[in-house]
Design a protein around this ligand. Structure first.
Ligand SMILES: [Zn+2]
Length: 1053
């Protein structure tokens, strides 16, 4: 046989296969092909596919199958080869349809159901055909499923075969077939089979069959009809009870998880018990009609937070160097910047009073100073603190008394000495705070104050299978509805359900205080379902929580489920616990927020929005709290609360604590918020040592450092870091003194007071994320951002562009504290752009602070930092201040809600002490910058050689910046993904091979008895082929590297 010049040997083989007339030569060719494909790698099969191998095999199959009495001596090896090749051919389904090979193969199957090997061979081929949905559907329409389903026996001893059949069955389940299977009652039949095999398997010998049946059920419940059928047929109950048996006996563990996932998947969707998904709190926005609520509605919950970068792709990176380099025109005329002169009082102050001991001059900013000096009592009826006290005192069984003396008596008797906190000042500040619901009650922890606990708090260990336990409890709710209490014990919209004493056996809940956001509490059984209020004027962003709970019994575990969380994962699955504050403990001298809660976990539940699409669902945060005292009043929160009133009183305390002759401390209002709350701006610097021109000049030439925080109200950790910063900068620490002499600090500690006050998680009152407004902030709807940006423009215009800008945030998915900065070079490099980064000039000074922090701050992780400019972040403070103001060191500082996985705090949850320390360390790092800036500014910009050195730094890149910090959860948070892997190709190969090698064990096959001969001996080489072909006719050369070259005719002699 000689190869024609243009054809390869393989092509000749393939063409001969289709035209061969006699059995002998067909078998010969099949054997040669199998020899070629059995050795070496998949590359040969791919090559064969590229040369029309699939088509040739299909055509041979059709020809043989159509004969009156198909010859299985040829068909068996042919089917085997087709299964092997087809499995690697993505278009095999389509090719099979085109060759009209699908139905003949099904017919072969139908005619040979009594022959195990023939059945298996047909099933494999049909299985690879089903890689195309249309082929699977075609088979379904031609009763393919029925043929296979009838093959599945009830409980017998022929286990192995049943498993294989079941695997074939679920492979055939295209969407259309699933519907057909459901319509034919297969769900019910599969459930009966599962029950049958479960009941008749005392020795656990048929686990693979039971597992395979669960696979099939998973496949048939991909459509809602399948899920409904499973529920209607009592599937949940069956699965629940069989799972209980499995849990009770050893060796059945592998069945539990698939069954639990199946229950979760089929558990009927349940709308949240709310009248509307919209927040209870609405705020009429200027220029918008009041009846239509603004903000996104009925949108799927997209993760748009700063802290969620793991789903980003590199294509989010800005790769356009010109865009990265360009500086946009200011968004407003220069003339408007004059209004910000007043925010730089230190530059215009003459310090004439330096030598006298008069108070700080407040004349420059009467509007704020007048309001906030904390001396005047609030109007009698503005803040009814007695409400708050009667609320907490009635349940704490302390006798009620009238308003002022009660506060005084409590403070006299129990008053804790908490640094920088004054309860009376807090009350005064709170009285001036304007909220949508007009709070009249204070939460005790905010009023009384908090001290970090004495000892560090380790991350909570996760018990094995805790989520499963919770899910099974949830399933019981469906199975045994009769003992569900289902009593609403708190409803923010229905005042009659608040603080009412008639829920005698229930806990009492309350959240109508600053930062509180519990919307509804339902007593379900031994546990409570809690629903969080959406951010004001919108219908989403549920994550932050803060509420009061009372009327508890001591030493009883209470389970709490927050059932409308939105994020896809949470640090609550990685050792984080909520925080708890006990009034009783505080009155006994332990005013501490403590990490609390056992059996903490976070998983997708079956709730959906009350009116939204059923496709979007929620997550449950569940935790169990065992309270220490009877009839205590306790507070639970996502993280250590820090209210706007706390900030206001803190600033008052700080202002009183400083020596005005040494320290220039000025609190002003940047502007008023939408709700009319002043947004504080604090200036801190050292007073000049004399009023001489030289000293005044030194002061006026100090570089500015601008710090902001809490644009995201749910990130209370940012406020604690800021608290540390403020206290340190006002302290007598020598480093703080040096910093004050070196810099003028401009601090906006709370960019979103309205959000903080009203307990929102992400947004301001306009239902939008303020940290996405920096490019074009709206002066009316986002006043704090508009004026913060205007103030930065002003600093720019007077030549005082900040040396450093940093916006403090909290990060919900990662551990440690870290910085995001901006670097053209690193962004271009990481984006894979063709631009040669070595030729880009960039001042590497943005790395000084993170490098210093890595050295001095134990919670800080340099490896978590990155300096990439993402398109999706281009309207954030960090990027806008960098790009539009030209601030080289423009950062977001992210602090974990959880704790650290490195350094001395490794394995510990952060407390307020560590957060405050971080605020101190950030300030300290600025001092190192002071030394380095001179060097960088003078030399680096002009010398490209120095810049090239920095390329080495790029090696130190945060490589994992796009990865989730955490390994996958031990238990599946989601149930929608099919957790069963499809059988892979190696499985199929070994099955195909096994069909021949184990052939002798099957008694209903006849062919191999005629032909086996020396097959055992040869089986390692060519296990598909029974016989015959003289090996000497083949002259197969093996090349040393990757198998043989089959692209020419060299082996054909
Ligand atoms: Zn944030």
């Amino acid at each position: 046989m000689a190869a024609p010049g243009s054809s390869s040997g393989l092509e000749v083989l393939l063409s001969t296969l289709q035209n061969a007339g006699d059995i002998e030569s067909t078998l010969n060719i099949l054997n040669v092909l199998d020899e070629l494909l059995s050795a070496g790698t998949d590359r040969r099969i791919t090559y064969m596919i590229s040369k029309g191998g699939s088509e040739a095999l299909l055509s041979a199959l059709v020809t043989t199958a159509r004969t009156f009495s198909p010859n299985f001596t040829i068909l068996l090896p042919l089917l085997h080869l087709l299964a092997k090749v087809g499995h690697r051919d993505r278009r095999i389904g389509m090719k099979a349809e085109k060759a009209e090979a699908v139905l003949p193969t099904l017919t072969l199957l139908k005619q040979n159901v009594k022959h195990t090997r023939r059945t298996a061979a047909c099933l494999w081929v049909l299985q690879v055909f089903c890689s195309s949905v249309t082929t699977a559907t075609l088979l379904g329409q031609n009763r393919g499923l029925d043929v296979i389903f009838r093959l599945i026996p009830p409980h017998t001893t022929r286990h192995k075969r049943t498993v294989k059949l079941l695997n074939h069955f679920h492979i055939f389940l295209s969407e259309a077939n699933v519907r057909a299977a459901v319509a034919k009652g297969y769900v019910s039949a599969l459930l009966k089979l599962y029950e049958d095999w479960h009941n008749k398997d005392p020795d656990h010998e048929t686990i693979p069959i039971r597992l395979a049946l669960l696979h099939c059920l998973h496949q048939t419940t991909h459509c809602s009809a399948g899920r409904d059928a499973l529920v209607a047929q009592g599937g949940i109950s069956l699965l629940y009870h069989t799972t209980q048996t499995c849990l009770a006996s050893n060796g059945l563990e592998s069945l539990v998880e698939p069954a639990v996932q199946l229950m979760r998947k089929c558990y009927p969707k349940c709308p949240l018990p709310l009248t509307s998904d919209q927040s209870v709190y609405t705020f009429p926005l200027p220029g918008r009609p009041t009846d239509t609520a603004p903000g996104p509605q009925d949108v799927s919950f997209e993760d748009d937070s700063d802290d969620d970068i793991e789903n980003e792709e590199d294509d989010d990176l800005e790769s356009d160097v010109n865009k990265l380099r360009s500086r946009p025109e200011p968004d407003r005329p220069l003339e408007q910047l004059g209004q910000y002169v007043r925010l730089c009082p230190e530059l215009h102050h003459d310090f004439q009073d330096l030598d006298s001991d008069s108070e700080v001059d407040s004349s420059s900013d009467e509007e704020v100073e007048g309001d906030q000096d904390g001396k005047g009592e609030p109007p009698e009826n503005h803040l009814q603190a007695c409400d708050f006290h009667s609320h907490f005192l009635s349940s704490a069984s302390v006798k009620q008394d009238s308003h002022p003396s009660m506060v005084d008596r409590l403070l006299e008797k129990h008053g804790a000495c908490i640094p920088h906190h004054d309860p009376r000042m807090y009350t005064t500040a709170a009285a001036l705070t304007k909220s949508i619901p007009e709070y009249s009650i204070l939460a005790f922890p905010d009023f009384w104050g908090h001290l970090p606990p004495q000892s560090k708090e380790p991350m909570a260990g996760r018990k094995p299978n805790v989520q499963r336990k919770k899910v099974l409890e949830d399933v019981q709710r469906l199975l045994n509805p009769e003992d569900i209490i289902d009593e609403v014990v708190f409803d923010l919209e229905d005042p009659s359900s608040q603080c009412s004493p008639d829920h005698s056996d229930s806990l009492s809940f309350f959240s109508k205080f600053e930062c509180g956001n519990l919307r509804k509490a339902v007593h379900v059984r031994r546990y409570y379902d809690l629903i969080l209020n959406a951010d004001a004027n919108c219908s989403q962003h549920h994550q932050w929580f803060y509420f009061e709970v009372s009327a508890m019994a001591a030493n009883v575990p209470y389970r709490f489920n927050i059932i409308n969380c939105e994020k896809a994962n949470s640090q609550f699955n990685y050792g984080m616990q909520p925080v708890l504050y006990s009034v009783r403990e505080a009155l006994e001298g332990r005013p501490n927020w403590l990490r609390t809660g056992t059996e903490v976990c976070y998983y997708r539940n079956s709730f959906c929005p009350s009116r939204g699409q059923k496709s979007s669902s929620f997550y449950t945060l569940t935790f169990t709290v065992t309270f220490k005292h009877n009839e205590d009043v306790c507070y639970l929160a996502y993280h250590y609360p820090y209210t706007y009133s706390a900030l206001q009183s803190h600033l008052q305390v700080l202002q009183r604590s400083v020596d005005p002759r040494k320290l220039f401390f000025r609190q002003q209002s940047l502007c008023n918020t939408l709700a009319g709350n002043p947004c504080p701006l604090v200036t801190i610097t050292a007073c000049p040592s004399s009023k001489s021109w030289k000293d005044l000049h030194q002061l006026r030439n100090r570089p500015c450092v601008v710090l902001t925080a809490r644009v995201h109200p749910g990130e209370s950790n940012a406020s604690w870091v800021m608290k540390g910063t403020l206290e340190f900068l006002c302290s007598s620490d020598p480093v703080a003194e040096a910093l004050r002499e070196a810099y003028i600090f401009k601090i906006i500690p709370m960019l979103n007071p309205d959000g903080v006050i009203n307990g929102t998680h992400r947004c301001s009152l306009n239902g939008e994320d303020l940290n996405r407004q920096w490019m074009k902030p709206d002066p009316v709807l986002s006043p704090t951002i508009y004026h913060a940006k205007g103030f930065l423009y002003y600093l720019n215009s007077i030549g005082k562009t900040p040396l450093v800008f940093c916006d403090y945030h909290g990060h919900s998915r990662k551990k440690n504290v870290f910085l995001y900065g901006c670097s053209v070079k690193e962004t271009v490099w990481q984006s894979g752009s063709a631009v040669n980064t070595a030729t880009l000039k960039e001042d590497p000074g943005y790395r000084t602070i993170p490098k210093t922090l890595d050295r001095i701050a134990p919670a800080f992780s340099f490896n978590s930092c990155n300096y990439l400019v993402e398109k999706s972040r281009e309207a954030t403070a960090r990027v806008v201040v960098w790009r539009e103001m030209g601030v080289l060191r423009s950062y977001t500082m992210e602090s974990t809600y959880n704790g650290c996985d490195q350094g001395v705090f490794k394995g510990m949850q952060t407390g307020t002490g560590e957060l405050e320390e971080m605020g101190v360390k950030f300030c300290q790092s600025l001092l190192s910058l002071r030394r380095n800036t001179m060097l960088y500014n003078r030399r680096v910009i002009s010398q490209p050689t120095l810049l090239n050195l920095d390329d080495n730094l790029l090696d130190h890149k945060s490589r994992n910046c796009f990865e989730d910090d955490e390994p996958p959860c031990v238990e599946e948070i989601e149930y929608l993904n099919d957790s069963f892997p499809e059988p892979n190709r190696n499985d199929l190969d070994s099955e195909v091979n096994g069909n021949t090698s184990s052939a002798e064990e099957e008694e209903d096959d006849e062919e191999e008895h005629q032909t086996t001969g020396n097959s055992r001996r040869r089986s390692m080489k060519s296990r598909l082929y029974p016989h015959l072909i003289g090996q000497e006719t083949l002259n197969i050369k093996r090349s040393p590297c990757n198998g043989m070259n089959i692209s020419n005719g060299q082996y054909l002699s």
